[in-house]
Design a protein. Structure first.
Lengths: 304, 234
């Protein structure tokens, strides 16, 4: 790679033109795949349904003292249970290019690149679906129309602690703007608990979006965090709060056979229309996200 | 482009996309509004408690919204979890700026949804950026009206106590900060403002159905048992 930039008078214009046509600058984009914090709960392939109802069980019921007269029979205690539903839906995106693309676009701008972009698109869509779940949290901290500060994050942690969620190990999912407000607020704080920015090793493990750790939580900067024009719906998420389901997309071939991809909910197909000289790359993902346990996450408001 | 090719090449007719949001504007799916009995906030301008209204996006694949954008299952799940889901046409138009529904779908050049509540007006700024202008007075009036019109239950006294406990915790934190700051510092001003706010929070109980005001409940034992907030010289 380094040697390619030695364009000089000796190489001449032809060499420069060739080199430039091979270089593609990638603009900034969101490469954060935070949706995988949700728990995979069901594969609906072949079930005949696009919705699944999953049971919830509350353990931890303590015994009570026996009746003092020693003769009254013990009464039955019902096991506390509930359920929730995940509905899956097809998400899709298509890129199309004419035959001229091979001539007019820089080298490398071809089908494999677009296939890769579609796989990223599936992940980004899952991010949005995951971040949408913040709005169903019944516990909300922060003040509407107000910038995010340390107090709001502490209050979210307190709420989780009160709900008996282990305080450490949460994921603080913030809109990038909210992250800057949080960092700004941290600048005014003193004491032993300080923000630790991400280091190379953490970034390499978690990928783009991990912003650091603070007070036992991993802090994420996620552009997919949604808003209602007034407030961003950031969240403090703990394992088990949310869940998702998938289904394999299968299609009928021309001969009637069913073509089922190997255990992946994301399917990328190629389409060619000769009459219009268009080659298309179409990606589809069959998935759905839902809240699993309300007590395990907290919505945190911050001004848009 | 027009500057390059010259005025004579411009199409004098209006494009069909005129008046729509630019195609690259991030879509906003339709939604319904909902409130939760625990989600109330004291509004400084209103000088009273108001319910927080949350948008539940009708986005297929999230929160039990089906592929056909049917919210029925989602409404059932949220209702079971204690939310009060508000029908888009639950209030009369006079409470929604003359609109029959609180959801407005703004035309989008890309054909996507751009659904906003009636108190939001998207504006296309020079450079193509879309800014959602929020009319907070309309939003506040709507939050009040859903209670006075009987769509959403009023603030429960016990939930108000819980909210006041949190506010008292915030007040204590501000007292601690002020105690470490020199007199006349912003921490002292902040404390004085919040102390007045806390007093107002205690005295108000939010709107009531029919619009009648309700006197603040008498102090309860639980609140009286809380440690008093120490005074700090300001």
């Amino acid at each position: 790679m380094a040697n390619e930039f030695t364009w000089t008078a000796k190489k001449g214009d032809v060499g420069v033109a060739e080199i430039i046509s091979r270089e593609i600058h990638e603009n900034l984009y969101d490469g954060t795949y935070v949706w995988s914090l949700a728990t995979m709960r069901a594969d609906l392939s072949g079930t005949g349904a696009q919705q699944v109802q999953l049971a919830k069980l509350t353990r931890g019921q303590a015994m009570a003292a026996a009746n003092t007269n020693e003769t009254t029979a013990i009464a039955n205690t019902a096991v506390t249970s509930g359920n929730y539903t995940i509905a899956i839906a097809v998400q899709e995106l298509a890129y199309a290019m004419t035959d001229l693309a091979r001539v007019l676009q820089p080298g490398g701008w071809d089908v494999p690149l677009l296939v890769g972009m579609l796989l990223e698109a599936a992940q980004l869509r899952r991010n949005t679906l995951f971040c949408t779940l913040a709005d169903s949290a019944s516990t909300v901290k922060g003040t509407t129309g107000t910038v995010l500060d340390v107090d709001a994050v502490y209050e979210a942690q307190y709420a989780a602690t009160i709900a008996n969620v282990p305080a450490a190990g949460g994921d603080l999912i913030l809109k990038p703007k909210a992250l800057t407000q949080f960092q700004e607020s941290l600048r005014a704080e003193g004491g032993a608990i300080q923000y630790t920015p991400q280091m190379g090793a953490l970034l390499a493990t978690k990928g783009q979006g991990i912003a650091g750790t603070w007070n036992g939580m991993q802090v994420w900067s996620v552009p997919s965090v949604i808003d209602d024009s007034t407030d961003f719906s950031n969240m403090l998420h703990f394992a088990g709060a949310t869940a998702y389901a998938e289904g394999d997309l299968s299609s009928l071939n021309g001969d009637g056979a069913v073509d089922v991809p190997a255990g992946s909910s994301v399917r990328v197909e190629l389409d060619r229309t000769a009459t219009t000289a268009i080659s298309a790359v179409i990606g589809r993902d069959l998935c759905g996200f839902s809240e699993q346990e309300d007590a395990r996450y907290v919505k945190i408001l911050s001004a848009v | 482009m027009a500057a390059i090719v010259g005025k004579a090449r411009r199409n004098p007719t209006r494009r069909t996309d005129d008046g729509k949001l630019p195609a690259n504007t991030r879509p906003r799916p339709p939604f319904f509004l909902m409130t939760h009995p625990r989600q109330w906030a004291y509004d400084d301008v209103e000088g009273d408690w108001l319910p927080m209204v949350t948008q539940h996006r009708i986005d297929p694949g999230a929160l039990s919204i089906t592929e056909r954008m049917d919210p029925t299952l989602a409404v059932a799940e949220r209702t079971r979890n204690g939310w009060a889901c508000i029908d888009p046409e639950a209030l009369a138009p006079e409470h929604m700026d003359g609109n029959a529904s609180y959801v407005l779908d703004i035309p989008h050049a890309g054909g996507a949804f751009y659904a906003v509540p009636f108190w939001v007006s998207p504006e296309v700024k020079p450079g193509g950026r879309v800014i959602d202008r929020v009319d907070h007075d309309k939003r506040r009036a709507f939050r009040r009206a859903v209670v006075t019109e009987g769509v959403v239950p009023p603030l429960d006294d016990d939930y108000k106590d819980l909210l006041l406990e949190e506010a008292r915790s915030t007040l204590n934190r501000k007292v601690q900060r002020a105690s470490m700051a020199p007199p006349g510092s912003p921490a002292h001003e902040d404390l004085a403002v919040y102390r007045a706010r806390f007093a107002a929070m205690e005295s108000k109980s939010g709107p009531q159905p029919g619009g009648a005001s309700k006197p603040a409940p008498k102090r309860r034992r639980r609140k009286a048992a809380l440690p008093p907030v120490p005074e700090v010289a300001e």
